[in-house]
Design a protein around this ligand. Structure first.
Ligand SMILES: Nc1nc2c(c(=O)[nH]1)N[C@H]1C(S)=C(S)[C@@H](COP(=O)(O)O)O[C@H]1N2
Ligand SMILES: [Mo]
Length: 392
């Protein structure tokens, strides 16, 4: 297909320029890889020593190998009897790794998700996570009554002070609206067993949430009547019920003629309609109240089309098996995919020599530009990013 232009290629959904044998000067730089290799995720872990640095006997004692891993599900013994009836489950449950994989044969879910920390501006990585919905694991406990919240933590050096825990309401765990995604216990990332560094053997994944709900080295689940969130992050002055924010993250500008603005955007809770950029001559730092914001000339960026799933998905995994994809066509039901990242780009033609700054922002499906409608940074960093560059 020698005479296919980049624009045609985009229309056809061909993401690889190499595949069409062109290298025209006005082709955007290649999009970011869709899946982040497990070892390239930015790591956010606490603890001394960090659980993923344990080896040998210490690792076995910590029960962080597939052979030794156990999950305990019980009633929270500290739960107070606020209401007359005590919380109950029929049986406490201890689950081992083969039993979890066995549940996976019947209930497995696959889901593409960006991992992002509420407190760090840039996303940590994007993976194909695989596991068993938490609701199917909790069913092993038999009938429950008077449970209002589920909280969970991982291995933390057997030191309660190091515990990093999170929680969800009973309803969030047990019910999933159509088109939404269940909380699940992940045992694979990008088709491989979940590495120790990424929280293996088993980690919680909460699709809509920031990273602090996705507890690594998961070992304990407690069912409680207490209704408050008792997340470690809640105690640190964060919004414990925040959802992933729709926001654009900006790479350094690729200089050349044209110059390229590019980066990654997360499609969060409120969806992603488009990404826009704004170029202006470099100046002193722009205050949030500067009148220039009202006159800003925002222009559209182009979103990368869906990648060739056959090429990027791990062997043996079909796109139609992933939540959010059409089971017949194997194409995403929406693009971009919710809770995942998409590459964007825009060509800057004909800029006169000089110093510039560029900003990018998202517009969500309600028409709100970033950082609206919720710009409180303790509910997730979604400030507008800026890069400076010079045209010579
Ligand atoms: N057990 C445990 N789980 C944890 C954490 C932790 O410190 N300990 N940090 C959380 C936070 S705040 C984030 S942002 C994500 C980061 O996931 P990653 O290290 O796989 O990128 O892990 C979450 N899960
Ligand atoms: Mo985080």
């Amino acid at each position: 297909m020698p005479d296919l232009s980049r624009r045609h290629a985009v229309k056809l959904g061909l993401s690889s320029l190499a595949a069409i044998g062109t290298s025209r000067a006005d082709s955007p730089p290649a999009p970011h890889p869709f899946l982040t290799p497990a070892t390239d995720f930015e790591d956010v872990s606490r603890g001394t020593p960090k659980p993923h640095t344990l080896t040998g006997d210490a690792l076995l004692r910590a029960r962080l190998t597939p052979e030794t891993w156990r999950l305990h599900i019980e009633i929270d013994p500290t739960t107070t009897d606020i209401v007359t009836q005590k919380p109950q489950i029929e049986t406490p449950v201890t689950l081992d790794y083969p039993a979890l994989l066995d549940l996976g044969k019947k209930h497995r879910v696959l889901f593409l998700k960006a991992m992002q920390c509420l407190n760090i501006a840039n996303p940590l990585g994007q993976g194909l996570w695989e596991g068993v919905p938490l609701r199917d694991v909790l069913r092993l406990c038999g009938p429950m009554s008077n449970v209002r919240r589920i909280y969970f933590w991982g291995y933390h050096n057997d030191d309660p002070k190091q515990r990093f825990q999170s929680s969800l309401s009973y309803t969030q765990v047990m019910e999933t609206p159509p088109g939404e995604l269940p909380v699940f216990l992940a045992y694979k990332l990008n088709g491989e067993p979940l590495s120790l560094e990424r929280g293996g053997p088993v980690r919680m994944v909460v699709p809509w949430a920031h990273g602090f709900k996705s507890i690594k080295w998961l070992q304990e689940i407690r069912l409680t009547n207490l209704y408050q969130s008792n997340d470690t992050y809640a105690e640190k002055n964060n919004d414990p019920e925040s959802h992933l924010k729709t926001a654009a993250y900006l790479d350094p500008v690729t200089l050349g003629n044209p110059a390229w603005v590019r980066g990654l955007a997360i499609s969060g809770w409120s969806g992603l309609a488009r990404v826009e950029y704004w170029v202006r001559p470099a100046g002193p730092p722009l205050a949030d109240t500067d009148p220039a914001w009202d006159k800003a000339d925002w222009k559209p960026c182009t979103l990368a089309p869906p990648p060739d799933w056959l090429t990027i998905l791990p062997k043996g995994i079909a796109a139609r098996d992933i939540l959010g994809f059409d089971p017949t066509s194997g194409q995403p039901l929406t693009w971009p995919l919710r809770y995942s990242m998409v590459s964007y780009s825009a060509a800057l033609h004909g800029l006169k020599p000089g110093k510039y700054e560029v900003r990018t922002r998202t517009i969500d499906l309600n028409g709100y530009p970033q950082p609206e409608p919720r710009s409180i940074q303790k509910s997730g960093k979604n400030g507008i990013q800026m890069q400076s560059f010079e045209v010579t």
